[in-house]
Design a protein around this ligand. Structure first.
Ligand code: ADP
Ligand code: MG
Length: 336
């Protein structure tokens, strides 16, 4: 049940020396939520705009339910789009904004449908207001209701929560995920925020310099990053070198189990929560920084030339300046 196929999309702008997007390929299932995640300038928006039909690719194809739509106009694709600034009509009421895309229905049908959508997003009490009388989160939900009213099989969203404050963002993104799942619409959300991507998406496509470098579930990407870039962009990571022999690797922290077989010189990713910190007056390392994060503590620990990030529970605090010993207590991931 593949809904969308994106096949080797490429786009080079006349002003850039490198392509903005190159060989971007993935499939999206019916009802699936995918995050395009990467740092600013890596080509996320350009990829989304090519899928939506707002940008013409140099080469490659986009198909929806098996039909090639690469050259179709945006409005002919039947794909929904939620813009970053919501693009609501300021002079129309909330209800009329939601009805706007429903011009093919009779007026009564459109009113029913819009009212139903507003109930779904929890805004039926505000149908008569104008956009400026709503909070940012409410405007976001109106924009989503307007898009979902047209029952698109796919909704494209470019940094849809960037105008919301942090607490509102967390609630709204769960709401959006729930609404898409409820209506059966698939979604592609562009974000540079790894936490947001992990929170809303079924799968994440990580982009670096115009290319999709890894695609997988949040769990797979977090646990098994393929490169130092992915390991450091999604969560925090310590990079070690070692000499691998099958499922084991020799490192300066002793012999450690590997997440997959490798041989010879390897770079390894170790998550901060995979390291244990023990206070030890004769230990080889010392704490050089500490950040209390409520639910846990993040330490920076210097051992010789190397500085490691370590996360441990909020309980026992080790102060900056104390001597410690580090132990890696999990399998480590060899990077490509
Ligand atoms: P992201 O959304 O990941 O921040 P973009 O897709 O917006 O990245 O941009 C990717 C690259 O393409 C950047 O180097 C950007 O400057 C360039 N770019 C984007 N849009 C245009 C355009 N219309 N004309 C020229 N260059 C562009
Ligand atoms: Mg962008």
């Amino acid at each position: 049940n593949v809904l969308l196929t994106v096949d080797r999309l490429r786009k080079k702008f006349a002003t850039g020396d490198a392509p903005a997007v190159e060989r971007a390929s993935f499939d999206l299932g019916e009802g699936e939520m995918l995050a395009l995640l990467g740092p600013s300038g890596c080509g996320k928006t350009t990829t989304l705009r090519m899928i939506g039909g707002f940008e013409v690719p140099d080469s490659g194809h986009v198909s929806l339910r098996g039909q090639d739509i690469t050259d179709a106009a945006p409005e002919a694709r039947g794909i929904g789009f939620v813009f970053q600034d919501y693009a609501l009509f300021p002079h129309l009421t909330v209800l009329d904004n939601v009805k706007f895309g429903l011009r093919k229905m009779t007026r009564a049908q459109a009113t029913d449908r819009a009212a139903q959508m507003l109930r779904m997003v929890g805004l039926d009490g505000l149908a008569g207001r104008r956009p400026h009388e709503l909070s940012g989160g409410q405007q976001q939900r109106v924009a989503l209701a307007r898009t979902l009213a047209m029952a698109p099989p796919l909704v494209l969203m470019d940094e849809p929560f960037s105008n919301l404050d942090a607490a509102m963002r967390v609630d709204t993104r769960q709401e959006v995920r729930k609404l898409l799942k409820q209506t059966g619409a698939a979604g592609i959300i562009v974000t540079h925020d790894q936490e947001e991507a992990m929170a809303v998406a079924d799968r994440i496509a990580v982009m670096e310099a115009g290319r999709i470098v890894q695609i997988g579930t949040p769990d797979e990407i977090y646990r098994y990053p393929v490169s130092a870039f992915v390991a450091s962009f999604i969560g925090r990571s310590n990079l070690l070198t070692g000499n691998a022999n099958g499922m084991e690797v020799a490192t300066e922290f002793g012999n450690l189990p590997l997440s997959r077989a490798a041989n010879g010189a390897v770079t390894l990713s170790v998550r901060p929560e995979q390291i244990m910190l023990e206070a030890d007056a004769a230990g080889p390392a010392s704490v050089v920084g500490r950040e209390f994060r409520g639910h846990d503590q993040l330490y920076w620990v210097q051992e010789g030339e190397r500085c490691m990030q370590v996360i441990s529970g909020a309980g026992a605090t080790i102060e900056v300046g104390q001597r410690v010993r580090l132990r890696i207590c999990d399998c480590v991931v060899p990077l490509a």
